[in-house]
Ligand binder design. Structure first.
Ligand code: PLP
Length: 418
């Protein structure tokens, strides 16, 4: 699942909170506790004095978290289906970069044969890490698994960042880096990507020298545009005194080699990957990372002991047992991406960007509205993602599906032209 859809981030802004005597009003309108001055009236009504003694719940929450935007849950499939008046099977979900082929059949068999679901999982995910070592060519001592790459992003930040430390983010990109930085009390320095979505390496070098951030998050292929980072740029950034977290959630679709093995040479590099996209296991939550030995030791100490469930580990191992299936599905999606790209080029109000991933970003042109396109397609049962934030306004992102999904999408887009 594309977690970017789950959260809206609001930068901490003192201006957003208005002060009333004795209380601070939060953006949501709720009041939080703050001690009153000792000049309180002698005859205080009982209810008021009770309220004064009992602080409201949110006063216990860490201050930097009180300015986070409220949680915005994604709509579960059944709710979406009720809202659209369509069966879940009839909804074409091209909004979260999931893999519509799902995992190899070995996964269902393995889940059906689970013997000990009542026993806690292996905290070291030994079977999975051994299978990943074979799959990646990198020894298992460099590998740690997590509840999705999402968990590892947060775990890295929890291990690395002191409150007030800085991270570099290169938007438009996956919004979880910014979200997790906010949760971990870090400051985000943005170095926006260039108009072709490549990294502004010169600016990154300047910012690292001036601001001394602790780490930088890079994504290759990048979500939402699908561009990749070349070796030269990556090496320049690795030369800086900063921890580089390279997110390769979509690397399998790029035809490039993963840089997992680079962690043996670069003590400031972490590479993240996932089973959500390649193996169609987004719902089971399995991600993994390659870490230098000098770093991984601390992640072992800090992680939740049972972060990868028995079902998740068994499923991921079963998926790796069928590399032919994984390769075929990847090829089908890459082939479909190229067909989709050509078809989107023919839509007069869209400008698609070439992608090395399983999604295509399009600029919406000709005065059309990105949000309206998304909403109109949703009414036809086709879900896509739209962007209307500062860093990306007037764009849509379409995940690559099966050929019949592309056909339904094109039917919808063509209908919008009429
Ligand atoms: C760039 C990127 N990294 C990580 C993730 C999350 O991966 P996981 O499902 O393993 O948590 C996503 C999900 O969409 C993503 O786009």
């Amino acid at each position: 699942m594309d977690c970017a859809t789950r959260f809206r981030i609001r930068n901490p802004s003192p201006a957003a909170a208005s002060h009333v005597a004795g209380e601070r009003r939060l953006p949501g309108g709720r009041a939080s506790f703050r001690p009153m001055s000792s000049a309180a009236p002698v005859e205080e009504p009982a209810a008021a004095s009770e309220a004064r003694r009992r602080p409201s719940g949110d006063s216990f929450i860490r201050r930097h978290l009180r300015t986070l935007a409220p949680y915005q849950p994604i709509l579960p499939f059944e709710v979406l289906s009720a809202r659209l008046g369509r069966r879940p099977e009839d909804i074409i979900k091209l909004d979260a970069n999931e893999n519509p082929y799902g995992p190899p059949p070995e996964v269902a068999t393995a889940l059906g044969n689970l013997k000990f679901p009542y026993v806690y999982p292996d905290p070291e995910s030994r079977h999975l890490r051994a299978a990943l070592a074979e799959d990646s060519g990198l020894e298992s001592e460099y590998i740690l698994a997590g509840c999705g790459a999402d968990e590892l992003i947060d775990l890295i930040m929890r291990c690395v960042l002191e409150p007030g430390d800085k991270i570099v983010d290169c938007p438009p990109t996956f919004t979880m880096y910014e979200f997790d930085a906010s949760v971990n009390g870090a400051l985000v320095i943005k170095v926006p990507r260039l108009p072709d979505f490549s990294l502004d390496v010169e600016r990154i070098v300047e910012v690292v020298e001036q601001e001394k951030p602790k780490c930088i998050f890079l994504t290759s292929p990048n979500n939402p545009d699908g561009s990749v980072i070349n070796d030269e740029d990556l090496l320049k950034i690795l030369d800086l005194p900063v921890l580089v977290v390279l997110d390769e959630a979509y690397i399998e679709f790029s035809s490039l080699q993963s840089r997992m093995s680079w962690v043996k040479k670069h003590d400031n590099l972490i590479v993240l990957r996932t089973f959500s996209k390649r193996a169609g296991l987004a719902g089971l939550r399995v991600g993994y990372g390659a870490f230098p030995l000098s770093i991984i030791e601390y992640l072992w100490r800090a992680k939740q002991p049972y972060n990868v469930s028995v079902a998740a580990e068994v499923s991921a191992c079963a998926a790796l047992q069928n590399p032919t299936y994984l390769e075929n599905v990847k090829n089908l999606l890459v082939q479909e991406r190229e067909r989709l790209f050509d078809l989107l080029k023919g839509i007069p109000f869209l400008k698609p960007f070439p992608s090395r991933s399983n999604f295509i970003l399009c600029e919406v042109t000709s005065g059309k509205d990105a949000k309206k396109i998304k909403e109109d397609l949703a009414k036809m049962g086709v879900m896509i993602r739209h962007y209307d934030k500062k860093e990306l306004k007037g764009y849509i992102r379409i995940s690559v599906g099966k050929p019949e999904h592309t056909d339904a999408l094109m039917k919808g887009l063509n209908a919008l032209q009429l």
